[in-house]
Design a protein around this ligand. Structure first.
Ligand code: NAG
Ligand code: NAG
Ligand code: NAG
Length: 458
């Protein structure tokens, strides 16, 4: 019957929908093969370390509000806003604040800011070197990311100078790139390790809050005062074939997306002066729009790389059906089948809730993220490493498990990293959670989301 079909009989259906679908299928397959082509050098994540500040820097929420009030700089209204925000932020009572806030007068200097960053960077790198036993002269690449603090010489130079790294060292200093830049730095290291054989790459992610306390009256800018805390992480990557026996993880994929060319995305998190000329970070109402339109393609790209064939097929058939205007619900692929540990950046409860729902992760899957926010606050780009440390301290990482780290922030950017555990991770006394892990998870009373006072987009 088919054989007798004349070309003409086919003609009526050879119209838009079908042709479009077939072309799309071919395109997606091609895209899949292009994207699935792995770089030739395998990249290992030997180990990582998170900085744990001294207990003298711990401040409870009440004390933070009290000390802010005592500074005498803020109106009752702003202090009230701060109090409410802190109650609902998901932060606990043992986060670390910078030393500069302990004096009576907040008057940060370049030296204070440098001290904060050096403490977290050196703290994390010292621990990492002690953990891995790697020699400083063997490190070939250093990448540092820190969004706002930008000294000269750069943070890379501070590290090269402190550890006396070799002259041929290759360094990259990423500034102003927001909370997702830590995973972006991992992607950069991966690419560099494709061209520099037999190398170690040291990646350091941190943020300085010393100079970032907003002193104005604008509530949308005041938000960052409430949730940013001290933190930093150092990660050691390698492409040496011999490291396949002593590394914790293999780096499978790094996926980066951004929507910076869209004005709405670009402007949604912006560091600028308020009407009184005081610098702060404005977060406007477009944040959710930007987050969704940037995270979506990132998640789709992750799916195309890691989902098993049957999940991709189900998704594709569903997609075609919806294109043909059949009345079916969008199919949500089951990421749980291929990812055992999910560690999204601590930022933004509404975004996290949406992400959790869309990807079908349970509350247990979100534990590492929520507990990290509770214990360490928003440490920006290093937060995903505190989360992975949490998962490790719980003893959850088994050989062959996959980890999905995802971070998003200003730009707007979203970056994902997929790791595969090369061994079952054991007890580690240098993990920042080790001596207190039995106290977690704590129950967070289902707190209302932070009362965000968004600026209206311009
Ligand atoms: C680096 O190693 C890869 C194999 O792992 C090889 O294909 C490539 O040619 C090497 N590059 C250089 C510059 O030696
Ligand atoms: C922006 O995203 C595109 C793909 O969506 C990617 O090729 C590019 O490298 C990204 N740029 C940054 C700065 O992340
Ligand atoms: C954490 O900080 C980033 C900015 O770097 C921000 O986008 C995010 O919303 C913050 N997280 C929370 C929980 O507010």
């Amino acid at each position: 019957m088919f054989i007798n079909l004349e070309l003409n009989d086919l003609h009526p259906i050879l119209n838009s929908e079908i042709v479009f679908s077939v072309l799309l299928m071919i395109f997606l397959l091609l895209l899949y093969f292009v994207m699935a082509k792995k770089p030739s050098n395998k990249v290992y994540l030997i180990d990582f370390a998170c900085y744990k500040p001294p207990t003298s820097q711990i401040r409870s929420r009440d004390i933070i509000v009290k000390e802010t009030a005592e500074s005498g700089r803020f109106s009752e209204e702003i202090l009230d806003f701060m109090k409410k925000t802190m109650e609902r932020s998901g932060l606990g009572d043992s986060t670390y604040v910078a030393e500069v806030f302990f004096g009576k007068e907040y008057n940060p200097s370049m030296r204070d800011a440098r001290r904060e960053v050096e403490m977290s960077v050196f703290g994390a790198v010292d621990t990492l070197l002690a953990k891995t036993g790697v020699k400083c002269e063997d490190i070939g690449i250093v990448i540092v990311n820190c969004c706002i603090y930008n000294p000269e010489p750069s943070l890379c130079s501070i590290i090269v100078n402190r550890y006396k790294l070799k002259e041929s060292i290759i360094t990259y200093n990423l500034v102003g790139m927001g909370c997702s830049a830590g995973l972006l730095a991992i992607g950069l290291a991966e690419q560099l390790l494709q061209v520099h054989n037999n190398s170690y790459a040291l990646v350091v992610s941190t943020e300085s809050i010393t100079e970032n306390f907003y002193l104005g009256k604008d509530r949308s800018k005041f938000l960052t005062n409430c949730i940013f805390r001290v933190g930093g992480a150092a990660i050691l990557l390698s492409n040496r074939p011999s490291d396949n026996t002593n590394s914790k993880y293999q780096l499978l994929h790094t996926i980066r997306t951004n929507t910076s060319s869209s004005d709405r995305s670009y402007n949604c998190i912006l560091r600028e002066e308020d009407t009184a000329g005081i610098v702060g970070i404005t977060i406007n109402k477009d944040l959710l729009y930007a987050a969704i339109s940037t995270i979506k393609p990132n998640v789709a790209a992750v799916g195309s790389l890691i989902l098993p064939l049957e999940e991709k097929l189900l998704y594709f058939i569903n997609y075609i059906a919806r294109k043909l205007k059949l009345n079916v619900r969008p199919y949500v692929p089951n990421y749980r089948k291929v990812v055992e540990h999910f560690t999204p950046h601590v930022g933004g409860k509404p975004v996290l809730d949406a992400l959790q729902k869309t990807l079908g992760f349970t509350n247990d899957d979100m534990e590492a993220s929520r507990m990290t926010l509770y214990r360490y606050g928003n440490t920006s780009s290093s937060s995903v490493w505190y989360e992975l440390a949490y998962v490790e301290a719980k003893g959850w990482v088994k050989k062959g498990n996959r980890v999905w780290q995802i971070a998003f922030g200003s730009g707007f950017k979203c970056n994902s990293v997929i790791l595969s555990a090369m061994k079952t991770v054991d007890y580690d006394e240098k993990n920042p959670w080790t001596d207190e892990i039995s106290r977690f998870p704590v129950s967070l009373e289902d707190c209302e989301p932070v009362p965000v006072f968004f600026e209206s987009p311009k």
